[in-house]
Design a protein around this ligand. Structure first.
Ligand SMILES: Cc1cc2nc3c(=O)[nH]c(=O)nc-3n(C[C@H](O)[C@H](O)[C@H](O)COP(=O)(O)OP(=O)(O)OC[C@H]3O[C@@H](n4cnc5c(N)ncnc54)[C@H](O)[C@@H]3O)c2cc1C
Length: 413
């Protein structure tokens, strides 16, 4: 099959931006249709952490590729001098308690991660944790894993710089262009229509709409995607005078025994989060992204979720308990699949529609890999069993659409 001449990408978050850029590099004409404005979805509401420590071998390899690409982002996207520094590699520290049944699995995962090329992941005993990270209380620890090349991203810089480069390469971004329907003939998607009544034809369409992906797929005649939009909250905790900027800025992303997590947002604030039991919200509206339920708002009483999270963090990092207070609560949607791996590939029901969605809380970090894998499949016109990025081969079967959801990703936060 001949490579496509024109690809239409639906959704202008990190995923859409990076796929568009990769296809333009490969000489394909690209149009991006965005319902609101670039970054209107989860990409601007993300904790934006990046790690290679996963329990699925393909994901470990994919994140090694993504990390290397983010390291070279400024160069690859031809950023102005001093711009495009999107990655801060303070590392990721996973803490495991003495009562934690996951410690053995964590050690097994480290062996698997090393076997898949993650050379710099370390197993630390409680004494080593305290020596290297004095803010952590080691008394209840069985151990920890740490990877120094993990860290966090500046997500707005990723999509803003990517779209700047997309425009330079001739890509067209249409904002306020919500896709509402599609025209299928001969079993293939030929065109999509926007809310304003415009029609865009293309050889291939990419559904990069994250939490909206199931409804976009349905509106285009595509498959029922097993993606659940699930609300997640983030909190910004102001430090006190116990620490200076430099010390806070040096902290790694830290995931406590209870899976509450935090990382420096800047020299004055920690960004913190904690998954809570939540129902899927398949019919969420645009404004629901920023709707904060009272029990999750940091100013609601003393027992709101944010304060509980803050106290939880303090159990593992006592100095955090002395911080000045929570300054802000934000929220957005995870797009969660049953096994927490994404859906990457062509729709089995309608031709010409490729999905890149269901990142289950790790789509920002995966972006550069997603772009490589999806561009390779778009160029081939079919699903691929694997993709090789910068010499690293990644098996795509764990991400294939239509798989049975048997092997769940175990390191989910
Ligand atoms: C609180 C929180 C914390 C997170 N933490 C992390 C983290 O630490 N690390 C990480 O990697 N990821 C994290 N994520 C997940 C990450 O933010 C997402 O996986 C990632 O941003 C997905 O990018 P995207 O471009 O696929 O989707 P989005 O950024 O959601 O973009 C989808 C776009 O599609 C558009 N759209 C929807 N419907 C239509 C339509 N019909 N027509 C046209 N356009 C449409 C939307 O307006 C939106 O702009 C977090 C998410 C949340 C909410």
């Amino acid at each position: 099959m001949a490579p496509p001449e024109h690809v239409c990408i639906i959704g202008a978050g990190i995923t859409g931006a990076l796929i568009a850029h990769r296809l333009l590099q490969l000489g394909v004409r690209v149009t991006i249709l965005e319902a609101r404005e670039k970054g209107a979805g989860s990409s601007s509401r993300s904790a934006a952490c990046i790690r290679q420590q996963f329990s699925t071998p393909a994901t470990v390899r994919a994140m090694i590729c993504a990390t290397r690409r983010y390291e070279r982002f400024a160069e690859e996207f031809r950023c102005e001098p001093g711009q495009g520094q999107v990655l801060i590699q303070n590392g990721y520290l996973f803490l495991y308690g003495t009562e934690d049944g996951r410690w053995q699995a964590a050690q097994d995962n480290v062996a698997m991660q090393r076997a898949n090329g993650l050379d710099d992941v370390e197993l630390l005993g409680p004494g080593e944790v305290v020596e290297r990270f004095p803010h952590v209380d080691g008394s209840l620890l069985a151990g920890a894993t740490f990877c120094g090349t993990d860290g966090f991203l500046a997500p707005d810089v990723v999509y803003m710089e990517a779209f700047r480069r997309v425009a330079e390469l001739g890509g067209v971004l249409r904002q306020n262009a919500q896709v509402v329907s599609g025209s299928v003939s001969g079993g293939r998607l030929r065109a999509v229509q926007t809310e304003a009544g415009e029609e865009i034809t293309a050889d291939v369409f990419v559904n990069a709409t994250n939490a909206w992906a199931p409804r976009v797929s349905a509106s285009l005649g595509g498959s029922d995607l097993r993606i659940a939009p699930v609300k997640r909250y983030l909190y910004f905790v102001k430090r006190g005078t116990q620490l200076d900027d430099e010390t806070l800025l040096s902290w790694p992303m830290t995931i406590t025994q209870s899976r509450a997590y935090c990382r420096p947002e800047n020299g004055a604030q920690l960004l913190a989060g904690w998954a809570h039991p939540a129902e899927s919200e398949p019919n969420f509206d645009w404004t629901d992204q920023d709707l904060i339920e009272p029990s999750f708002f940091h100013k609601t009483g003393l027992d709101n979720f944010g304060v509980q999270l803050w106290m939880q963090l303090a159990e593992s990092m006592p100095v955090v308990g002395e911080f000045a207070g929570i300054e802000a609560t934000t929220s957005g949607f995870y797009a969660v699949t049953p096994d927490h791996n994404p859906l990457l590939g062509f729709d089995p029901k309608v031709g010409g529609l490729l999905h890149a969605a269901g990142f289950s809380g790790h789509g920002a970090m995966m972006g550069p890999f997603t772009a490589e894998a999806c561009a390779a499949m778009v160029m081939a016109g079919r699903d691929l069993p694997s993709v090789t990025v910068d010499g690293v081969e990644v098996d795509l079967s764990a991400m294939r659409i239509g798989r049975t959801f048997v092997h769940s990703e175990g390191m989910v936060i």
